[in-house]
Ligand binder design. Structure first.
Ligand SMILES: *Cc1c(COP(=O)(O)O)cnc(C)c1O
Length: 454
């Protein structure tokens, strides 16, 4: 493959503009030893060759999406300033850009008023949301799906708040009957709904949970670290669409621009519907302080120093690709989903495979057909390895038998989970490449099945 480097030519011009902002200062140019830097940099390039090809369309394994060139460049450009968005003192322009970028995210979810900021990722963002929940509902339980990201139970351990997980149905969505049972036991303070589980892209039943909320009065936190941006997609299933249309009714939302938002790592986002929760970050501040335009972001964030460069990169990306339905950014998400559905349909109609839950976003899971769970898992391991050797990179997921029991008839569950094949088709090019991807995959499977004597 060839790296995109044309856009690097844009950097000197932009740097000149930036530099001109400091022309009234006494002349000063930091000195550098270019030759020794060159040596180390080339050594780094050599070391970095040891990676899976995340940036290539044939990498359809984990949740990895290359940053947009504009994000890469804006990030780089801002490093000549290296702003710190803890406060205006450390990053004046980039703090303003963070507020604008986060307001656009809140707007995407239908919130005009909000409180929120960027942070290092989904983990930190969820930690802040659950911390606020625990302050508003002290000593009450956090309820999340068995398929929720493992970070939730770990965060609850860190915050020392009780956590309970709820079983899932065959679509890997929280079972409403199990939620009710947990609620009837009492002491549930918050329900975490996962809008796009990490393993299967499943969407928890928000409409039913909102109905329960009017009776039981818990808070709702939406973890849409992965799936949040799909609110813009016009090709979701009707049930999935309904959930996204109701997302503005939850209390807090987490989304990871470093997953589907074309950003370099280190970019998560937490937003709260009620700005007054800002009071928990700084005890002696009145409510109004937090909606004033003079607010320093460090006053509503648990992290102190934060990379202003992340905000600059996100701002630039959203400027180029506004987050609107029908726009280019939305089309890219729709194509990812179409790619996943196309691949999934081929698998579904092919006797070599078994499938269960239909994809709600752009993540698919499936298995090689076999008589029992251990044998299927072993074959999936072998296909995973053989595909990688053929330069097609898949992922795997260990999934509980509850997801498939209902649909695979007399399949022998000799173990209570199965190692499935899993693929996240999240590249802008995934759809264009799908035929080639399928061809390589199909040949690989034939070879593995032949060698295993199946
Ligand atoms: C990725 C993910 C997280 C964790 O976010 P990081 O950015 O990896 O810290 C949490 N929840 C969900 C649903 C995720 O997909």
């Amino acid at each position: 493959m060839t790296f995109e480097t044309k856009t690097l030519d844009l950097l000197p011009e932009a740097l000149e503009i930036l530099e001109s902002g400091f022309s009234d200062l006494p002349e000063f140019q930091p000195s550098v030893d270019v030759d020794s830097i060159r040596n180390v940099l080339n050594e780094v390039a050599f070391r970095m060759k040891d990676n899976y090809p995340y940036q290539h369309p044939n990498y359809i394994g984990q949740m990895l999406k290359p940053p947009h060139p504009v994000a890469r460049l804006a990030y780089m450009l801002s490093l000549w300033i290296n702003p710190n968005n803890h406060a205006f003192d450390g990053g004046r322009a980039s703090s303003a850009m963070e507020k604008e970028a986060v307001a656009q995210i809140a707007d995407m979810f239908g919130w005009r008023k909000h409180l929120g900021h960027l942070c290092s990722g989904g983990t930190m963002a969820n930690l802040e949301a659950l911390w606020i929940s625990s302050r508003l509902r002290p000593n009450r339980k956090i309820l999340a799906s068995q398929q929720a990201h493992y970070t939730h139970s770990r965060i609850c351990g860190v915050l020392n708040i009780p956590f309970e997980s709820v079983s899932v149905d065959s679509m890997a969505r929280m079972k409403v009957s199990s939620i009710k049972e947990a609620l009837d036991k009492g002491d549930v303070g918050t329900i975490v709904v996962t809008i796009g589980t990490t393993a299967t892209g499943s969407i928890d039943p928000l409409p039913e949970i909102l109905e329960l909320q009017s009776y039981y009065g818990f808070r709702i936190h939406a973890d849409s670290a992965y799936g949040g941006y799909f609110i813009l997609a016009d090709n979701l299933g009707p049930q999935t669409r309904t959930v996204y249309d109701m997302l503005n009714q939850v209390d807090s939302i987490v989304i990871d621009p470093h997953k589907h938002g074309l950003q370099p790592y280190g970019c998560g986002c937490v937003i709260f519907k009620d700005p007054s929760v800002g009071a928990f970050y700084k005890h002696d501040s009145p409510y109004t302080y937090f909606t004033s335009s003079e607010m320093h972001l460090g006053e509503i964030s648990l992290e102190c120093s934060r990379p202003g460069s992340s905000a600059v990169a996100l701002w630039a990306t959203q400027r180029l690709l506004p987050m609107v339905r029908g726009g280019a950014f939305a089309r890219d998400l729709e194509n990812c989903r179409t790619a996943a559905l196309t691949f999934f349909d081929r698998i579904k109609s092919d006797p070599r495979f078994l499938t269960g839950l239909n994809p709600e976003l752009d993540i698919i899971v499936w298995t090689i057909r076999a008589g029992k769970a251990s044998e299927a898992s072993r074959l999936n391991d072998a296909v995973f390895e053989a595909s990688a050797a053929a330069n097609l990179h898949l992922a795997k997921a260990n999934l509980p038998k509850e997801l498939f029991e209902g649909c695979w008839g007399n399949f022998n569950w000799d173990q209570d989970y199965i190692t499935c094949l899993r693929s996240v088709l999240m590249k802008p090019e995934s759809l264009e490449w799908i035929n080639g991807i399928w061809a390589t995959f199909s040949e690989t499977v034939d070879r593995v099945l032949h060698e295993s004597g199946s």
